[in-house]
Structure formats: C-alpha cells, structure tokens
Design a protein around this ligand. Structure first.
Ligand code: SF4
Length: 328
C-alpha cells in the first residue's frame, strides 16, 4: 500500500527549568493510504505530543526535529503561515474534548463556514452551507441543527460535530486524540462505529491516539505502543494483541481488567515512567522490566524486526536489526 505520511526520527523536546524534556525521542512511522493506526501508551508517553507535532501546534517552548512528510510535502520545514493552508485541509485533528474545541458563542454552521472559507475562499457561503449540511448528515446529525450553538448538543453529538468539522475539507490524514474519553460506553461505541464507516467512505488514513487498548482493538489495522517518548513496538493489531513482543506491551495487555476470569488478580506495572528530563541511559523501561538484562541499563536498544512486528528491545538483539530509532 502507498505511504501517505512518513515520520522519520521525530523528536520533540520541551525547554523547561529542569532542562530539556524529551517527550518524543526518535519516532519513525509510515502510515499507508486508508490505514488506521492506533497509538497507545500511558499518560505522558508522548502520544499526544506526537499528534500535535504532526499538526505543528506545539507550544512555543517545544523544539521539533526530524521529518514529517505528507505525500512528499515536508511539514516540519513549513512556517506557520504555510502550515495554516495544510492544517484542516490535508491533515486534521479530532480533539479530546469537543466543548473546549468549539467556540461556545458561535453557531455550528459558522464553525464550518469559517473553516471552509479560510482554506477555500473561492467557495461561496451557499456552497459552504451545502457542504456543511452534507457532512452533518454523514455523521448522523439533522442538517437543520447547524443553526444551533455547541451547548445545545449532547457530548456525543458534539463529538460528531467535531468529526464532521475535521472531515469537511476531505483531509488525507485525520488524527483522533482520545476521541471517546469524555463519553459513556454506549456513545463511545457509536463514535467508534462512525469513525470506522467514515474512514471507508472518505478514503482517509486515521491515527487514533488513546490509552485504551479496547478502543484500538475496535478500529486499528496496526498498533504502535509508546513508552517514555519511544515507539517500543509496532505491528499488526492481531500480532500486538495475541503475540506481543515487547515486555511493556505484554504488561500493558495483562493490566487490562478481565471480568470473565474469576478471582483473577488485577495485574499492574510496578513503578512509574522515568523523568524525561533525565531519562535512563539504556532502555527507558529497564527499571520496571521483569526481563531486564545487564546490557539494558547500559545501552539503548535498537529496533529489531520480529515476525511482522518491529520491537525496540534487547531481547531480540539477534533478530534482523532495523536501526536505533526506526519502527515501520
Ligand atoms: Fe526489558 Fe531490556 Fe527489553 Fe528494555 S531492552 S524492555 S529492559 S528486556
């Protein structure tokens, strides 16, 4: 399949009083046409920072390195003015909390008209309104509701509005950052179904950022697991779920509560993620890893191909080596 987004050796460091915080540190990913990629990991692992880096909406104390190529266009080299033309039109984001992303004093219709005409000033208001009606219909909202304000919608309906807004210009890549976190389980399932059907209808590629492995299982073709700014494993969803290779992925899967097994103790990963202002010299998971070996604390592992997956772990040091940072 053709690659649409190529992220190479992406680094995002935040300048803080403590020094540089290495939030994303050498992540490489290829996203294919119409592919759905889940990015999972604990809070603070760098997944949302990576999403923001792809849209170039990082705070001013962030330093970005590496390359982000969207159909050959290097987003990392664009200035903010050039990026404004790309953001929303070619790559867009569905944010965690729709209430804070929508302007409460603007009607839903006006959000759409503004987005459409900012990117395509040649489109008339009537045409933009027609596009809005079509998009709202596609996400299951009666078009007449475009004249209402965001607070008149329920949480699930607001998220549908956000999804419609992120798709109205037919972007190539959509990043959904914890799109169901603030929703109850029934609405969550409806939103996941909606994303699944829209991905097919609009031929888009989707990056789904979440801490919830259940959400990813519903939607993703491939899953990337992040830990402390590193992409530690990436592979096809079924391989990640049924045959995880990295000790962190294994631990993450074991820590999902399973109510079907009686008396099963809830497994947790002892310790906490490292301080990214002063990360361990070797493998960042080493202080918590039950399989750690002497080399793990001394030297950062490379990325190795294991079956169809790519794993950043010394356990596979003899497998075919990819690079110190690369994960396909
Ligand atoms: Fe564990 Fe070593 Fe692999 Fe890190 S490199 S996950 S410490 S075995």
């Amino acid at each position: 399949m053709k690659s649409v987004l190529r992220i190479e050796d992406l680094k995002v460091y935040y300048k803080t009083e403590k020094g540089l915080v290495r939030a994303v540190d050498g992540v490489s990913i290829d996203l294919c046409e119409r592919e759905s990629l889940g990015i999972v990991g604990e809070s603070g692992c760098g997944k949302t920072t990576m999403g923001y880096a792809l849209l170039r909406i990082l705070p001013s104390n962030a330093v970005l390195e590496g390359s982000i190529k969207l159909n050959g266009l290097d987003l990392s080299s664009l200035d903010q003015k050039q990026m404004e033309k790309v953001r929303g039109a070619k790559i867009s984001m569905i944010f965690q909390d729709p209430m804070t992303s929508l302007n409460p004093v603007m009607k839903v219709r006006d959000h759409f008209i503004e987005t459409i005409q900012t990117h395509k000033p040649e489109i008339s208001e009537e045409e933009a309104e027609r596009m809005t009606a079509n998009m709202l219909r596609a996400v299951g909202i009666e078009p007449t509701r475009m004249n209402e304000y965001p607070f008149q919608f329920s949480g699930g309906m607001r998220q549908r509005v956000m999804i419609a807004l992120s798709l109205v210009l037919n972007p190539v890549v959509v990043i959904a950052d914890e799109p169901t976190t603030s929703l109850d389980v029934i609405v969550q399932a409806q939103i996941l179904d909606l994303l699944k059907s829209l991905r097919e209808k609009f031929n888009m590629s989707l990056i789904l950022i979440t801490h919830d492995l259940g959400v990813v299982a519903e939607l993703a073709d491939r899953v990337g697991v992040m830990y402390a700014g590193h992409l530690v494993e990436i592979g096809e969803s079924r391989d990640i779920y049924y045959s995880p290779k990295h000790p962190y992925t294994e631990a993450l899967l074991k820590s999902i509560p399973n109510t079907n097994i009686e008396d099963k103790e809830l497994v947790y990963i002892p310790g906490g993620p490292p301080d990214l202002a002063d990360p361990p010299k070797g493998c960042r998971f080493e202080p918590r890893c039950p399989k750690a070996m002497p080399i793990c604390s001394r030297k950062e592992p490379g990325v190795y191909q294991v079956g169809r997956s790519f794993v950043k772990c010394w356990l596979y040091g003899e497998e075919s080596h990819v690079s110190a940072s690369k994960g396909q």
